[in-house]
Ligand binder design. Structure first.
Ligand SMILES: C[S@@+](CC[C@H](N)C(=O)[O-])C[C@H]1O[C@@H](n2cnc3c(N)ncnc32)[C@H](O)[C@@H]1O
Length: 446
């Protein structure tokens, strides 16, 4: 890929396993195998970087991920359903950001906390902040009587939260985000929905959502900027790195960030045209409906970057997914208590992250390739220290023998990259003498 193009990519969120370093090779292999007037399918699009890079090379892409927020990001960055009015509607939407508000009755119970939080952040008072957060009337606070808002939520699990008791504030304030920040995030989420109801512009909708995901990803107070666990205040040393980060993260102005991201999206998406418009879908690649969706498309290459470890993406990215659907989630409990990560109940569990199910999951992918008879480009990462590191659910040999079963008429080659794979594990489990290797396995018809 040309350097200019790499700089043109919009990195919407900090995404584990996002393909940055191998991007050039992935794109050049896909370009080599791509046939005119066809599609390249990005089966597990995640942050959308690969889809974007292909698109910038004028290749029409079908981008897919089982997580809805991922398919929103692709839809936005691949200009899906962008109309002639979209850019002016987006400009209008930007103007309305500072005016959008949630009902003051919902803010009232948080008012004193917001003022105190601001003062304590300015004074860098860790003790005070810890104390303040311990009293906050959020759904996970089991030490206090439930507030009216929490009682309402408990009676409305699974129901939409638009223009009602603010979801983000009642679930994630005082942990992942600040209190004032959460109120603004709720206001923006409701504003985005309202804007869609008024204008019906799908591209603007995904652009606004993408900017919101970027905002969540920037301000979240967690290790690695994912949403697996908020960092609590356990130490009162102001020079401790997590405490320095706490003040940094809590000081972000949500509206300013959101508008900045929208302007960036505005500048980077441009008006690039491909022969046929790109498609963004949200499917489990194992579902029959996904195979049906691909059936009538002319596909020359499938690219796949599935998860290889037991770590579920739905756990690391549950918050953008909850914010997308904006329905009050029932929270998962462990030994009778809500988990620290505030995970929703019934998160999607990928078969690719299960030792017993991963091989069968790969069979469905190879079956898609067999049916389409297209070329197949597969990213693989290998941990040398399987016993102690991030154990892989399938080995390279497993993959090669499944390929032999489904596409014996294909030849394969492997490209190996020499750099560390970013581990998806908690720091305690990370193998420090990382020796992970990343590969690209390319299958093409003989
Ligand atoms: C390694 S990440 C992809 C990263 C992506 N290539 C990038 O550059 O950001 C794997 C993705 O697979 C998705 N996923 C996991 N199981 C899936 C399934 N059964 N069907 C579709 N997507 C799935 C996850 O949500 C995650 O976004």
């Amino acid at each position: 890929m040309m350097k200019k193009n790499l700089e043109s990519l919009y990195k919407p969120v900090q995404y584990l396993g996002a393909k940055r370093r191998t991007l050039d090779t992935i794109v050049s292999e896909c370009r080599r195998l791509y046939k005119k007037e066809s599609y390249v399918v990005d089966l597990f699009s995640g942050s959308s970087l690969v889809s974007q890079a292909l698109y910038l090379n004028k290749i029409p892409v079908i981008s897919n991920d089982v997580m809805k927020f991922c398919s929103d990001m692709s839809a936005c960055l691949l200009n899906v359903e962008k109309t002639n009015d979209s850019l002016s509607l987006l400009k209008e939407a930007i103007k309305g950001v500072s005016l959008c508000q949630i009902d003051s009755d919902f803010i009232e119970p948080f008012k004193d906390y917001i003022d105190n939080e601001e003062r304590l952040i300015r004074a860098k008072d860790l003790n005070g902040l810890k104390d303040l957060y311990s009293q906050l009337p959020v759904i996970s606070n089991e030490a206090i009587e439930p507030s009216e808002q929490v009682k309402y939520i408990r009676e409305h699990f699974g129901k939409e939260a638009f223009n009602s008791v603010p979801l983000i504030t009642n679930y994630y304030s005082g942990s992942y985000f600040g209190i004032k920040q959460s109120i603004r995030l709720d206001a923006l989420r409701c504003y985005i929905e309202q804007n869609y109801i008024v204008n019906h512009d799908s591209w603007v909708y995904t652009a606004l959502l993408t900017a919101l995901y970027s905002t969540l990803s920037t301000i979240v107070h967690s290790a690695g900027k994912h949403f697996a666990q908020p960092i609590g205040i356990t130490d009162f040393d102001k020079n401790k790195i997590t405490n320095i980060r706490l003040f940094e993260n809590r000081s972000y102005d949500v509206d300013a960030l959101f508008i900045g991201f929208l302007k960036d999206i505005f500048a980077k998406t441009g008006n690039l045209k491909t022969l046929q418009p790109c498609i963004s879908t949200c499917n489990n690649v194992q579902d029959e409906c996904f195979a049906i969706l691909l059936e009538d498309k002319n596909i020359s290459v499938i690219y796949a970057d599935p998860p290889y470890t037991a770590q579920q993406y739905s756990r690391f990215y549950h918050i953008p997914e909850v914010v997308r659907y904006y329905k009050y989630p029932q929270l998962q409990q462990h030994r009778g208590h809500i988990t620290q990560g505030l995970y929703p109940d019934g998160k999607f569990k990928s078969d690719f992250c299960s030792k017993t199910k991963a091989k069968e999951a790969f069979r469905t992918v190879f079956n898609l390739v067999k049916k389409t008879q297209c070329s197949f480009v597969l990213s693989y990462s290998e941990s040398k220290k399987d016993a102690t590191g991030n154990e892989r659910m399938v080995t390279r040999n497993d993959i090669l023998s499944i390929a032999e079963e489904f596409i014996p008429n294909y030849k394969s080659k492997q490209l190996r990259f020499d750099f560390d794979y970013k581990q998806l594990n908690s720091s305690a489990k990370v193998v420090h003498d990382k020796e992970d290797k990343e590969f690209l396995i390319i299958f093409e018809k003989r």
